[in-house]
Design a protein around this ligand. Structure first.
Ligand code: NDP
Length: 286
């Protein structure tokens, strides 16, 4: 039986560590404030935003909620970001994605001050990650590496295959694994012989966005499997990109869905907010 990598427990430890540091900052007279901006009322986004607000309340971060109507223009959103960039009490800015189609997401991300970019999506922070300079790390990839580290998974020298090359998960997690001295291969929809490639992985990270696509045929005996995917079926039940029941016997350790990578993302967001107010956000990547 595979060991279950418990993201809920590990993220709980991180949240408690952040809470303690925020209490210490408060004793020095420093408050941590995160602006959470949502445009429209996409149901999944509402759930994510609510979870982020709850996590803020738990660790002692003040959240400023900006719930804007679907028809908000790009100019109006950019004007709000400009205001938040200049607002001294606001340490972090989070714009919930996806944005309505009439708004250019890249333009919005570029408008956020890199020093308040707690999602780690600004090109200045992604570029810093790429060349090993200090910067905010994107929350899901940073959460994956932290989860592996705290679960005692050795990364240096191991063969890691990342399936998926998105800017928010696949590419940055590959760069972070490389930073941990793993030997990393990135696979995507044009990769040939995907099964054979995945079967070479000591650590397989799956972020394809396809429910239960990865079955036991993709898994090397004894591999560690990280499932980033989140899908909800018609009955409201969650599953990942990996067919958990099919692969469980074959791997040595696996992250479940729910309770694996998902809770780590929010814990790392809280950590980035705390680092932002310490003035250490831009050192987070070291
Ligand atoms: P994207 O859709 O942006 O990217 C999917 C990637 O998978 C692409 O690079 C695509 O390749 C690749 N891909 C798609 N089909 C195949 C295939 N058949 N074989 C090989 N590669 C394939 O997804 P995201 O990276 O944004 O998200 C991935 C999953 O993670 C989703 O389920 C999402 O919900 C979840 N997620 C979970 C988070 C969490 O907090 N736990 C946070 C963010 C995402 P190509 O580039 O060639 O198109």
């Amino acid at each position: 039986m595979a060991k279950i990598i418990d993201g809920k427990a590990v993220s709980g430890q991180i949240r408690d560590e952040v809470k303690e540091k925020i209490e210490a900052l408060r004793r020095e007279g420093k408050e941590v404030t995160l602006a959470v901006v949502q445009v429209g009322s996409d149901p999944a986004s509402c759930v994510y935003v609510n979870n982020k607000k709850k996590a803020c309340a738990y660790v002692g971060i003040k959240s400023l909620a900006y719930e804007l109507p679907e028809e908000t223009t790009e100019e109006e959103l950019l004007a709000l970001i400009d205001k938040l960039n200049r607002m001294e009490e606001c340490n972090g800015i989070l714009v919930q994605l996806p944005l309505p189609v009439h708004i250019d997401e890249d333009k919005v991300i570029d408008a956020i001050s890199p020093d308040k970019d707690v999602d780690g999506f600004h090109q200045s922070n992604t570029g810093a990650l790429c060349i090993g300079r200090p910067g905010f790390l994107p929350c899901t990839p940073a959460g994956i590496v932290e989860l592996l580290r705290r679960s005692g998974v050795e990364l240096a020298g191991r063969n890691c295959v990342v399936v998926g090359r998105s800017n928010i998960v696949g590419k940055p997690v590959a760069l972070l694994l490389l930073r941990e001295n793993a030997t990393v291969t990135i696979a995507h929809s044009k990769t040939e012989n995907l099964k054979a490639l995945c079967r070479q992985a000591d650590i397989l990270v799956v972020a394809v966005g396809k429910p239960k696509m990865i079955n036991r045929e993709y898994i090397k005996e004894g591999a560690v499997v990280v499932d980033v995917g989140i899908h909800r079926n018609e009955a409201g039940k969650l599953c990942g990109d990996v067919d958990f029941a099919d692969v469980e016997e074959r791997c040595s350790a696996i992250t479940p869905v729910p309770g694996g990578v998902g809770p780590m993302t929010i814990a790392m967001l809280m950590k980035n907010c705390m680092l932002a107010v310490c003035g250490k956000g831009r050192e987070a990547g070291r």
